[in-house]
Design a protein around this ligand. Structure first.
Ligand SMILES: [Zn+2]
Length: 419
């Protein structure tokens, strides 16, 4: 099976999640594409893997740059694909200024087609120091090329040698083309998350996003089914924004910041992200109200758990902001019920993605017997986003953009557990 994707340069973006050099992204192709849907546009057609990593799900060893930011530098010998203001080019040794001026750039290789001819692939593998490409063995491959008219061509195939891919790129009209990461890294998904070709289980560091497709060849035969995440099963999540109504939670009176407001804002954004991913969401409150007026604190917490239990939720996620006497204490903590077999991995997943997406410090996870966690039948976690008592934390958490990133991270953390 093979898949050809052809698009105008203006319709091709590189989606790059926040990367820490030397660290894996923490995100799969689907999750990066989902982030693109949430941050940029839902109106796109295909997302593809491109870059090389140290190990299947390791940190990027390719150059990755987007909108003037160079996230990773990569091996200087490798050819670089750049989307310049004059159109796409693939070249060696672009200057830092060229990379920063480009809308996006990434390196891969080796060259497959140069100046309208199939490249000397063996020599290029040597020059660039690639290993493990198994160039003469039929396997999963992908390449990207540029036609004379500036149109971009992506080609992915489940079984071919590098030379066969190079010949195909030439046949597709490419004047210049390079190889992309192959094997289990070949993956093409559509906006519904459907895998069109290859695999999508690895963590990758960016995704090439095709917003519009010019033309395409239909799949030549059907791909045997691959083991897939259980994404089709409908997940139900109960989100519990902490406090509310007469109970403000932790406050900073001088700055007018209240835990209940931040918790609600993040919870509503989280609900939006999860619903977009097909999750059924129930909220214990969706406005600034007392959940159970007149009830004692403990009964109020029980009422929160009851919302989750009535909905037969798969997960209960309570959102809070911490507070402590020491103003230096900072960072997020994700609590789970002690001994909860499913609560612990959920907490770990949320903690990890929350830290990546928000950029805020993380204190990791903790087993804590919070009453509210005990009332929910579902695996339950309580997310402390940061500390109201810590100035950098609360100044970050009051920002809608940071609240959005927190929500995105928590959503990814939840969704990742169904993989
Ligand atoms: Zn609280």
């Amino acid at each position: 099976m093979a898949l050809v994707t052809v698009a105008r340069p203006k319709d091709v973006d590189l989606a790059v999640p926040p990367l820490t050099p030397g660290q894996p992204s923490g995100l799969t192709l689907r999750q990066i594409a989902d982030g693109y849907s949430q941050w940029v546009t839902k109106d796109w057609a295909r997302a593809c893997n491109v870059e090389y990593r140290a190990g299947p799900s390791g940190p990027s060893v390719s150059l990755i740059a987007e909108a003037g930011k160079i996230w990773t530098t990569g091996d200087p010998r490798w050819p670089v694909a750049l989307m310049t203001k004059d159109g796409p080019v693939i070249k060696e040794n672009p200057s830092e200024a060229e990379i920063k001026a480009a809308r996006w750039a990434f390196s891969a290789g080796p060259w497959l087609v140069r100046s309208g001819k199939v490249a000397d692939i063996a020599a290029e593998i040597n020059r660039c120091g690639f290993s493990g490409l198994m160039e003469g063995t039929p396997r999963e491959r992908a390449g990207i090329g540029i036609r004379q008219d500036g149109i971009i061509v992506h080609y992915a195939i489940m079984s071919a040698t590098l030379h066969q891919v190079a010949s195909k790129m030439l046949e597709l009209g490419c004047h210049t083309a390079i190889n992309l990461d192959g094997g289990g890294s070949v993956g093409v998904v559509d906006p519904s998350g459907k895998l069109l070709l290859g695999y999508a289980s690895r963590q990758v560091c960016c995704a090439l996003m095709f917003r519009r497709i010019l033309d395409e060849s239909p799949p030549q035969d059907s791909q045997p089914p691959q083991p897939q995440p259980k994404g089709g099963e409908k997940m139900i999540v109960c989100i519990d924004p902490g406090h509310g109504g007469p109970d403000p939670g932790a406050v900073n009176i001088v700055e007018g910041l209240r835990e209940k407001d931040i918790a609600l804002a993040v919870s509503l954004k989280l609900a939006k992200y999860l619903r977009r991913a097909g999750v059924t969401v129930v909220l214990t409150r969706d406005k600034d109200t007392d959940l159970a007026p007149g009830l004692k604190d403990d009964e109020e917490l029980a009422a929160r758990g009851a919302v989750s239990n009535r909905a037969k939720a798969d997960y209960f996620v309570s959102i809070h902001v911490d507070s402590f006497g020491d103003p230096e204490a900072n960072g997020s903590t994700v609590h789970h019920w002690p001994g909860s077999v499913k609560g612990k991995p959920l907490a770990e997943s949320i903690s990890r993605y929350l830290a990546i997406a928000s950029g805020l410090a993380s204190r990791g996870t903790k087993a804590t017997g919070y009453a509210v966690l005990g009332y929910a039948d579902a695996p339950a976690v309580l997310v402390e986003l940061g500390f109201m008592s810590n100035k950098p934390d609360r100044w970050a958490l009051r920002e809608p953009s940071v609240q959005d990133k927190c929500a995105l991270g928590i959503a990814f953390g939840i969704l990742a557990t169904r993989a």
